[in-house]
Design a protein around this ligand. Structure first.
Ligand code: NAG
Ligand code: NAG
Ligand code: NAG
Ligand code: NAG
Ligand code: NAG
Length: 450
C-alpha cells in the first residue's frame, strides 16, 4: 500500500499539474516534479461511542503486569513494566506477551519482506542498499544497517530487545530487524497540535494518525506499554502505543505531559536537504523524547543535535507550556515551525492561529487541504471527541492506528485497524476508540515493591 501509492501519486501528480481546480501557489508548483495523490473524497463521521471502561487486570509477574482495556474487537493490551535497566523491561514484556509476540513476528516479517522486495525500486533507498537486499536478502541488509546505526542507539534499547527475546523464546535478530524497517518504509500519516483558542477550554491536544500497512497483521496484537523506571538512567515514565514485541516509538505520551507524532515524507521539496541511513533511527529519536525530555525545549534541542536520518515531519506538544511545534526533519537540515511560520505555505495548507498540522505528506495538496478544512470546521471548540467524530474519520487518515492526546488532562484515546478475526470497518479512524486515563496508569505501583 505505502509503495503502490507512491507510484500512483507520481502519475496523479502529473495530472494535477495540468488540472488544478482550487488555486495553488503557482510559483511553488513550478519547482515540483510530482506530488501526492489527489484524494479529496470524504468519509462518514465516526459515531461509535468512546469506550471509557477501566482496565482489567489479567496477570502480574515480577516487574510487570498485564491488563486489557476496551471491549470486544477493539480491546487493547495494556502492559505495565518496571525496571532498573532495559533487560528488566524486556524480560517482563516477553514473559507477559510471549504468545502474542511469537505469532506477530513471523507474520509481520514475512509480509514486510515480500513487500519490500517486490517494491524495492520505489522506496527511494540508496543504490548500495537496494543491491544488498537483492544480492544477500533483506535480513542481511537490515543486519548491516544495524552495524551503521548501533553506535547511536541507547544500549538499554538493545538490552530490552534481548530481554524480550530471552523471555518469549524468539530470535533476538528477528526482533532487531523489525525495528530497522521503519527507516525503510516510513509511513504516510497525519498530525496536528492544537492549543489555546483552537480548542474547547484551551486544552493542548495532539493527533497522531498512522497510515502504514494494515496487511502485516500488526493490528492483531495492539499493545500500549507503560514504562515505569526504577533508576534514573531510564528517564521517566511514558506510554508507547505499538504492537507485541515492538519497542520503537511511533506514537505515545510521556509523564512530563508531552506527546509525539510523525509523518514519513515522500513528496518533499528542495527545502528538505539530504537523507542518510547513518544516524539514530527515527523510532528511537521519538522514544528518546518521550523517555527523557522534560520540556518542549529539551525535545527540540535533542532533535537539533541528534544524527538524523530520513525525510520526516515530526510534531511535539507540551501540555505544561500549552503549545506545539512541527519539525521539518532530514539528515542535513532541521526547521522548527509554530503557528506563525508553518510550512509548506500554500493555499492548500493555510496557517491557523494556535495550530500546527500536516496531512499525509509535505506536497500533498488534496490531503493537506482536507485536514485543514476539517480542523477549521471544528475550530474554537475542538475536543478529542470532535476530532474522532469529525476530523480523522471525515479526512480519512489513520488506517493502522489513531491516537489523540489530551496533554492538559493526560488522557489518551486510541483506535486500531480491524484485526484478522474481527468485524466492522478496516480503518482505525472508523472504529471504536478506547480512552486511557494516564493519571491512573502512570500512578500504578507494582504489588511486589509495595
Ligand atoms: C481532485 O479530485 C476531485 C474529485 O475526485 C476533483 O473534483 C478535483 O478537481 C481534483 N483536484 C485536482 C487538483 O485535480
Ligand atoms: C526484576 O527486576 C529486578 C531489578 O529491578 C531484577 O533484579 C530481577 O532479576 C528482575 N526479575 C526478572 C524475573 O526479570
Ligand atoms: C484568544 O481569545 C482571547 C480571549 O477571547 C483573545 O483575547 C485573543 O485575542 C485570542 N487569541 C487569538 C490568537 O485569537
Ligand atoms: C460533529 O459535527 C456535527 C455536525 O456538525 C455536530 O453536530 C457534532 O456535535 C460534532 N461532534 C462533536 C463531538 O463535536
Ligand atoms: C483467527 O482465527 C483462527 C481460527 O480460529 C485462529 O487459528 C487464528 O489464530 C486467529 N488469528 C488471530 C490473529 O486471532
Amino acid at each position: 500500500m505505502f509503495v503502490n501509492s507512491v507510484y500512483f501519486c507520481f502519475i496523479i501528480g502529473l495530472l494535477i499539474l495540468v488540472q488544478t481546480s482550487y488555486s495553488y501557489d503557482t510559483d511553488h508548483l513550478t519547482n515540483l516534479g510530482a506530488f501526492c495523490s489527489n484524494d479529496s473524497s470524504l468519509g462518514p463521521p465516526n459515531l461509535n461511542p468512546i469506550d471509557d471502561s477501566s482496565a482489567k487486570l489479567i496477570r502480574t509477574i515480577e516487574n510487570g503486569s498485564l491488563y486489557t482495556i476496551g471491549a470486544g474487537d477493539d480491546k487493547v493490551w495494556l502492559l505495565h513494566l518496571w525496571g532498573y535497566n532495559g533487560y528488566d523491561y524486556g524480560f517482563a514484556y516477553g514473559t507477559l506477551l510471549k504468545e502474542q509476540i511469537t505469532q506477530l513476528i513471523p507474520r509481520a516479517w514475512a509480509h514486510f519482506e515480500q513487500r519490500i522486495i517486490d517494491e524495492l525500486d520505489k522506496l527511494k533507498l540508496p543504490k548500495w542498499f537496494e543491491d544488498m537486499v537483492v544480492g544477500k536478502g533483506l535480513a542481511f541488509a537490515l543486519d548491516f544497517q544495524n552495524t551503521i546505526v548501533e553506535k547511536y542507539i541507547d544500549k538499554e534499547i538493545y538490552e530490552e530487545m534481548r530481554g524480550i527475546a530471552d523471555a518469549a523464546n524468539v530470535n533476538y535478530y528477528s526482533i532487531r530487524r523489525l525495528h530497522m524497517l521503519g527507516e525503510i518504509t516510513r509511513g504516510r500519516c497525519s498530525l496536528f497540535g492544537l492549543w489555546g483558542n483552537a480548542t474547547m477550554g484551551g486544552k493542548t491536544l495532539q493527533l497522531r494518525a498512522l497510515d502504514w500497512d494494515t496487511k502485516g497483521g500488526l493490528q492483531d496484537f495492539p499493545v500500549i506499554t507503560i514504562y515505569h523506571p526504577r533508576s534514573e538512567k531510564l528517564g521517566h515514565a511514558f506510554a508507547n502505543v505499538a504492537w507485541a514485541g515492538y519497542i520503537g516509538t511511533l506514537t505515545g505520551m510521556s509523564s512530563t505531559q508531552m506527546g509525539i507524532s510523525e509523518i514519513g515524507i515522500y513528496f518533499s521539496d528542495d527545502t528538505f536537504g539530504d537523507e542518510s541511513m547513518s544516524g539514530l533511527p527515527f523510532i528511537f529519536v521519538e522514544r528518546h523524547i518521550l523517555q527523557y525530555s522534560e520540556t518542549l525545549d529539551d525535545a527540540l534541542s535533542f532533535i537539533a543535535n541528534v544524527k538524523r536520518t530520513c525525510h520526516l515531519v515530526l510534531a511535539v506538544a507540551d501540555g505544561k507550556l500549552g503549545t506545539a511545534r512541527m519539525i521539518q526533519y532530514s539528515h542535513s537540515l532541521v526547521n522548527f515551525f509554530d503557528d506563525q511560520n508553518l510550512q509548506p505555505l500554500a493555499e492548500w495548507h493555510p496557517r491557523l492561529p494556535n495550530a500546527i498540522y500536516c496531512g499525509m505528506d509535505w506536497l500533498c495538496p488534496s490531503r493537506q487541504y482536507k485536514l485543514y478544512k476539517q480542523i477549521l470546521s471544528q475550530y474554537g471548540h475542538i475536543t478529542p471527541e470532535s476530532s474522532i467524530q469529525n476530523i480523522t474519520s471525515i479526512a480519512k487518515t489513520g488506517d493502522l492506528h489513531v491516537a489523540l492526546y489530551d496533554l492538559t488532562d493526560m488522557i489518551m484515546y486510541v483506535s486500531n485497524a480491524r484485526g484478522t478475526n474481527e468485524t466492522g470497518p478496516l480503518e482505525a479512524y472508523q472504529r471504536q476508540f478506547v480512552k486511557i486515563d494516564l493519571n491512573i496508569e502512570f500512578a500504578r505501583t507494582h504489588a511486589f515493591f509495595k
